[in-house]
Design a protein around this ligand. Structure first.
Ligand SMILES: NC(=O)c1ccc[n+]([C@@H]2O[C@H](COP(=O)([O-])OP(=O)(O)OC[C@H]3O[C@@H](n4cnc5c(N)ncnc54)[C@H](O)[C@@H]3O)[C@@H](O)[C@H]2O)c1
Ligand SMILES: C[N+](C)(C)CCCC=O
Ligand code: NA
Length: 503
């Protein structure tokens, strides 16, 4: 096992710019999924702490040092956060790997993305100043009108464990750029780096209450945000069942929500591809990176029959070549699943597929050389039909299922044969065909001749059961703004709708 000399910080809840013990004083153990050992603990917030954090956020909005800031002033904080993340990049990346099982390469890439995302929203915060007040010309003498873009208020940000700090950043950075006050609730399965974000905010002097970070169990520490009368919006990334609960609770208060949920995304490969190995690598990366714990994982390979056998042969060779090890080991390409619960779920999906008559072409088990840790081999499943669970449900593990097609019509039908609609990928050198598929795919993200590359300038989100609303890009900022129209009557004349009693 690779050793790490990075210590796990012992933190409290980050509320109102300081570390505070949870009211009920409870803590949750941190488990390293590679060793199954307890390596520390995190505070477990309850609704009492949520109330205190919401109050701190309200006060921050009412105070000049946060509530009256310009975008340019907020940008300075965002840039300072980005700089601190880069300063601590190697330590934060190691913490992310220890907590979530993510390979050190992927954790380091996440930290670069985190810093770049804060920088990007710093740019947008600055740009917001010139758009804060936009006149609207009605071509009327008697009215002057304009539109204000204001911070929406107090926002609850509830995030998952698969990209712990990155998924939090996709929400925290635009929320702060917009001038909102936020309460972040990261996943209980991986919260360490999000708590460190609290320390970074403290160090850069972010005004107290602008960002509060509550760790804890979802139903106890996050659910009260959805039903809190003083939380103006919930932005959520996570599973469909939790998203449904959040939307139900928020609906009682007509509270807006953004839901970034799961997926069962297709990757369609045509026989006109120039280079088999290049396509094979994208298929692999699309499903096995981050141990398949990716909402947009292209976990259904839909391959043209004419090249299926050759493609699968190459796929097997590449898959066997993946280094599975402790995530901190050099060149590790596949670490463990995040927790024992998720590990059991992934294994159950594989055994159900077998029981339903599918073939486990490769993998499906714990790698022999790893006796401890929540490791699953990269798994390829064939002889799949469209009524099987493995075709329909999100596994959130390194499990690829394969189906073949003959015609383009059949391919698109298979691709869209899902309740989800997050991402879709096509591999083909035929430009017009790629355009046809771009239009025909029912999803919010399209990848052409690749799978997974993500840029923070572009909108991220899905349709159907994958949710609605968008993170990232200008769309990721807009949802934290209240659009306020202002109409001023500028005429000296009476309105003259009613008869004046003095006449
Ligand atoms: N679309 C995307 O961008 C995206 C990105 C990452 C993950 N995901 C999805 O997330 C899922 C995996 O993440 P997960 O297991 O952490 O999801 P999850 O739904 O179990 O948990 C997500 C968050 O919700 C909280 N939560 C749990 N119960 C809650 C409740 N009753 N009310 C409010 N919050 C509650 C959890 O504590 C956690 O912080 C997968 O389905 C995956 O596809 C989607
Ligand atoms: C495509 N990325 C960068 C892996 C991000 C996926 C976010 C959701 O799991
Ligand atoms: Na963990």
């Amino acid at each position: 096992m690779a050793m790490s000399n990075v210590g796990i910080p012992c933190r409290q809840l980050y509320i109102d710019g300081e570390w505070r013990e949870p009211v009920k004083k409870n803590r949750i153990p941190i488990i390293n999924p590679s060793t199954e050992e307890i390596i520390g603990d995190i505070p477990a917030a309850t609704s009492e702490d949520v109330d205190i954090a919401v109050e701190a956020a309200r006060k921050a909005l009412a105070r000049d040092d946060w509530g009256s800031t310009t975008g340019a002033q907020r940008a300075k904080y965002l840039r300072a956060i980005a700089a601190k993340v880069l300063e601590r990049k190697s330590e934060l990346a190691t913490l992310e790997s220890l907590d979530s099982g993510k390979t050190s390469f992927e954790s380091a890439a996440d930290m670069d993305d985190v810093a770049a995302c804060f920088e990007y929203y710093a740019d947008l915060a600055e740009a917001l100043d010139s758009k804060r007040k936009t006149p609207v010309n009605l071509h009327l003498d008697s009215f002057k009108t304009y539109v204000l873009r204001e911070p929406l208020g107090v926002v609850g940000l509830i995030t998952p464990w698969n990209y712990p700090l990155l998924m939090a950043t996709w929400k925290v950075a635009p929320a702060l750029a917009a001038g909102c006050a936020a309460i972040l609730k990261p996943s209980e399965l991986a919260s360490i780096t999000c708590l460190e974000l609290g320390e970074i905010c403290r160090e850069v002097g972010l005004p107290p209450g602008a960002l509060n970070i509550l760790t804890g169990w979802g139903p106890v520490a996050a659910a009260p945000l959805s039903s809190h009368p003083h939380v103006d919006k919930i932005s959520f990334t996570g599973s469909v069942p939790t998203g449904t609960k959040i939307m139900t609770a928020a609906a009682q208060l007509v509270k807006p929500v953004t839901l970034e949920l799961g997926g069962k995304s297709p990757i369609v490969v045509f026989d006109d591809i120039d280079n088999l190995d290049i396509a094979v690598e994208w298929a692999l990366f699309g499903c096995f990176s981050n141990a398949g714990q990716v909402c947009s994982a292209t976990s259904r390979l839909i391959i043209q029959e004419s090249i299926a056998s050759e493609f699968l042969d190459r796929l097997l060779l590449w898959t066997k070549n993946i280094k599975i090890s402790d995530p901190l080991e050099e060149d590790c390409k596949l670490g463990p699943i995040v927790s024992s619960g998720q590990y059991e779920k992934v294994l159950k999906f594989i055994s159900n597929a077998k029981n339903e008559g599918a073939t486990i072409l490769y993998g499906g088990e714990r790698p022999e050389h790893l006796k401890k840790g929540y490791y699953v081999q990269p798994t390829i499943i064939t002889d799949v039909n469209t009524s099987m669970e493995i075709w329909k449900e999100e596994v959130f593990g390194p499990v690829l299922c394969v189906k073949t097609f003959k015609t383009e019509e059949e391919a698109i039908e298979l691709a869209n044969d899902t309740k989800y609609g997050l991402a879709s990928a096509i591999m083909s050198k035929d430009v017009e065909r790629c355009e046809r598929f771009t239009k025909a795919f029912h999803s919010g993200i399209i990848w052409i001749n690749c799978s997974q590359p993500t840029f923070h300038q572009l909108p991220w989100g899905g349709k159907k059961r994958s949710g609605f609303g968008r993170d990232l890009g200008e769309w990721g900022l807009e949802k934290y703004l209240n659009i306020k129209q202002v109409t001023e009557y500028t005429s000296a004349d009476a309105w003259a709708f009613y008869k004046s009693p003095s006449n």
